[in-house]
Design a protein around this ligand. Structure first.
Ligand code: ATP
Ligand code: MG
Length: 393
């Protein structure tokens, strides 16, 4: 018997026709995440990851953060398939396990095997009872479930595994651009988009000297956490100062935020088009602030013609915080910082902005030129592999 890490796919297995596409990307993602020697083999039912024993724990930590995996199991595989050998292997598998009740669950993919799965479960169960004392079978609520899978060319043996993150392998659904601020909501929005198979990069608007390098470092840290789920992302840092100052100088106070956000959307759209990102993603949540009323969102949204996905749109703040804690962004997001929105926030922003007024006010600033200049000076930070691994391990 040889130790192997077994991956079960869950939701992926419902992808009948294009499952191979999903599995190929899952394999590539795991390949790029494991920087130690490894071998990956898969079929439509299972994926196997083989590493040296001392790397098993590290490999599992990586797999636990990889989308597209339903369950991760450390099991055994043996090419010898005769029934006596199966019985011996099962005893070996449970040698160090303590339990009072058990159940053998057999799955037979190889229909030519002389015994069917019921017969195998029953016979192996009987063999265990003969060779171990003080245990009994409980088919309804066993303490230990012992799994045997008869494949075409090998037999798999395993006990319970660890639940994976589910979702789709990152990149299977294309690329999206996340508007990433230093707050709590946008990293969670990014995580949820990644979960659905979207490979993300991030865009961050800074306004030096009104916002500090510390604020940018914070966003880089958040991007790093997200990169442990969606490898190799770019962080596009846009200097927003001139635009913001022009808005502040020329635009009526209650429209500051609405127009600032329309500018952010315009820039994000241009970066998205250049980088072949199909959607924008942000952390807007209905009703949270004045710029997130339905009228505000609709007026702001008018400047883009690609979908804007708002994964936390319908979540309460507490639900968002729960996810932020689970994925490890909460403690970073709650570090003190100044955001380019909060620096210039008016006391009474308009709750129901009018599109015509936005268009009229925007004529007061040469925004096309300012936007092109900001994009020309974009600073692209590669959120790299090494940093990412320090986070995971
Ligand atoms: P968050 O907690 O994510 O910062 P928020 O509650 O502070 O959200 P807003 O400041 O209104 O809400 O921003 C709404 C969304 O707009 C953010 O979730 C983010 O996606 C985007 N956003 C806001 N500020 C920036 C910024 N400086 N750079 C990039 N994106 C931003
Ligand atoms: Mg914010």
């Amino acid at each position: 018997m040889k130790k192997t890490i077994i991956i079960k796919y869950g939701e992926l297995s419902t992808k009948k026709d294009n499952i191979n596409y999903f599995l190929k990307i899952l394999k590539e993602n795991i390949d790029s995440l494991l920087i130690w020697k490894h071998f990956i083999n898969y079929d439509r039912g299972r994926m196997f990851v083989d590493v040296d024993d001392e790397y098993i724990d590290k490999t599992i930590s990586v797999l636990k953060k990889t989308f597209g995996i339903h369950e991760i199991i450390v099991g055994f595989i043996d090419n010898e398939m005769d029934f006596d050998k199966i019985c011996d292997n099962v005893l070996e598998l449970i040698k160090e396990e303590n339990f009072n009740t058990f159940k053998v669950i057999c799955k037979r993919g190889n229909k030519k095997y002389p015994l069917n799965s019921m017969e195998i479960s029953a016979k192996v169960g009987g063999y265990i009872l003969k060779n171990r004392e003080n245990i009994k079978v409980d088919v309804n609520n066993p303490e230990e479930k012992i799994y045997i899978e008869i494949r075409n060319d090998a037999v798999l043996y395993y006990l319970n595994g660890i639940l994976g993150l589910g979702g789709y392998p990152v990149g299977t659904l294309g690329k999206g651009l996340l508007m990433l601020s230093g707050g709590i909501d946008s990293p969670v929005a990014g995580y949820l988009a990644i979960k659905r198979g979207v490979k993300i990069s991030a865009i961050y608007f800074e306004s030096p000297p009104h916002t500090s390098d510390f604020a940018k470092e914070k966003v880089k840290k958040l991007a790093n956490v997200l990169a442990s789920y969606s490898p190799n992302m770019n962080l596009y840092v846009i200097n927003f100062t001139k635009i913001q100052e022009a808005i502040l100088k020329n635009i009526p106070y209650e429209y500051l935020i609405t127009i600032m956000r329309r500018m952010m959307y315009r820039i994000s759209l241009k970066i998205a088009n250049k980088g072949n990102f199909k959607i924008l993603i942000n952390g807007e949540s209905i009703g949270q602030v004045a710029s997130q009323t339905l009228t505000s969102m609709s007026v702001i949204n008018k400047v883009v013609d690609i979908p804007v996905i708002r994964p936390v749109a319908c979540f309460d703040k507490l639900e968002i915080i729960d996810i932020a804690k689970k994925i490890g962004t909460f403690d970073i997001s709650t570090l003190p910082y100044e955001d380019c929105c909060t620096v210039f926030v008016p006391e009474h922003p308009v709750i129901n902005p009018e599109l015509e007024k936005c268009v009229l006010y925007e004529k007061l600033i040469p925004y096309e030129d300012l936007i092109n200049e900001a994009i020309k000076n974009v600073n692209i930070i590669k959120i790299g592999k090494e940093e990412k691994y320090q986070d995971i391990l």
